[in-house]
Unconditional design. Structure first.
Length: 430
């Protein structure tokens, strides 16, 4: 439908004229015609379809349409409709503007029996509304299918889910659809990694054709560039781990729109030992002793000449005073690689005597003391920072926190024993 409305008027009219008049209204209500590809069931023999998406993506409509289709295909089937509370299940999943009572086509409109908390379709299919507040209510009943809405908001998701899965034992292929805005829950991470789980991801902005422009503008202005925005709008499953050196909320609190006049700027570099990624982070220091992270120019994988040119480019763009590069793996060859692309590059070699997490701990303390700011959001860098653990260890994305290590080298040089700031003042160009 979205592709159709974007077509020139003449082409759109030609397509519509090809549909018999008595079918046009039906086509305009047909979910297979209206849905985006990400709202249609994935292929394959999945047992759980997990939809992790931002608010306004169309998760409720997707769940309601899936249940409606299964009810039509399986007369007499039994469904569980599980919401965070009894009120949520009724107000959103059933009576909401995208709920089951609204999306039902003519001839398959279900009846809501409030006293029994049941939905019944004309062909004998039946659904029970269940509150996730009452895990024991799922002990005993059996189901062919289930729709679980906002599972990340359930008070006891693991317990309720376990009871539900034990009850999904009717028919040849019991299945469940889970629609939720993600939250950093261990249960949700385990669910998406389970066997037979198909995962669909999406953002608020995927559904921009059906959302008011004013709403989209407001949420973008309020939450773009924040961890909350990544979670609630972009539908990303972020993780705050107990014992991590940095937290999402902490990083959000140190975010600023721009840097003031800076007295020093350095580029921290964690070069690859082999064909892996290269961490390249730019940071500066102001006259008050506050550091500003200015850019993450890291590369996920690149040959020596490519990452060396990226370092030289970052240094030139921000007119950095020096390039601080770790040389544990490669020694003078690392500096030689950099000078091959820029002979005048001001390189300072540093060697690591401790692990990445141990080196990061003093820098984490600078953040806790309010002495570091991020100019904007650096999602991949911040994901790595939140994966460095107190006392050692790394549980973030990838095998090594190259970006975070480059940040640590830059801030260590600026604030923890590097050359003291001189009397000069600089203004960064854009």
């Amino acid at each position: 439908m979205e592709r159709l409305v974007r077509l020139p008027h003449a082409e759109r009219a030609r397509i519509l004229e090809g549909i018999a008049p008595e079918r046009r209204a039906g086509v305009a209500r047909d979910w297979r015609w209206l849905a985006r590809p990400s709202q249609l069931p994935p292929e394959g023999d999945w047992a759980v379809w997990l939809i992790l998406a931002g608010r306004g993506f169309g998760k409720t409509r997707t769940g309601a349409e899936w249940v409606t289709a299964q009810a039509a295909l399986h007369p007499g089937a039994r469904f569980a409709l599980v919401g965070p509370t009894a009120h949520d299940a009724l107000a959103v999943m059933l009576e909401g503007e995208s709920g089951l009572l609204v999306v039902a086509p003519d001839g398959m409109r279900p009846e809501w029996r409030a006293t029994r908390r049941e939905v019944r379709w004309p062909n004998g299919a039946m659904a029970s509304l269940v509150s996730a507040v009452e895990p024991d209510s799922l002990r005993g009943p059996q189901f062919h299918f289930a729709w679980c809405d906002e599972i990340a908001a359930w008070p006891k998701p693991a317990e309720v889910w376990a009871n539900l899965r034990m009850g999904l034992r009717l028919g040849e292929r019991p299945r469940a659809v889970v629609t939720t805005t993600p939250r950093p829950l261990a249960f949700l991470r385990q669910l998406q990694a389970g066997d037979g789980v198909a995962v669909t991801r999406g953002s608020t902005f995927d559904n921009r054709a059906n959302l008011p422009p004013a709403f989209l503008a407001d949420v973008h202005a309020a939450y773009a560039g924040t961890a909350l925005g990544r979670q609630e709008l972009l539908g990303e499953l972020l993780e705050d781990r107990e014992g991590a050196l940095w937290s999402r909320d902490g990083l959000d609190s140190c975010r600023v729109a721009e840097a003031p006049e800076l007295r020093r700027v350095v580029v921290g570099v964690d070069p690859p030992a082999g064909p892996g990624g290269c961490g390249i982070v730019v940071a500066g220091l102001d006259a008050a002793g506050v550091a500003y992270v200015l850019a993450d120019a890291s590369l996920s994988a690149a040959p020596p000449e490519t990452w060396a040119r990226a370092v030289a480019s970052a240094r030139a763009r921000f007119e950095a005073d020096r390039v601080v590069v770790e040389t544990n793996n490669g020694g003078d060859m690392v500096e030689a690689t950099l000078r091959a692309v820029d002979l005048a590059l001001p390189v300072k070699q540093v060697k690591a005597s401790r692990g990445k997490s141990a080196r990061a701990e003093p820098v984490s303390a600078l953040y806790a003391a309010g002495r570091v700011r991020h100019v904007g959001m650096f999602a991949e860098l911040e994901d790595e920072m939140c994966g460095l653990m107190l006392g050692g260890g790394y549980v973030g994305p990838g095998s090594s926190p190259d970006r975070a290590d480059a940040l640590v080298w830059a801030l260590t040089d600026l604030m923890l024993g590097g050359r003291k700031a001189g009397p000069g003042v600089r203004v960064l160009g854009h």
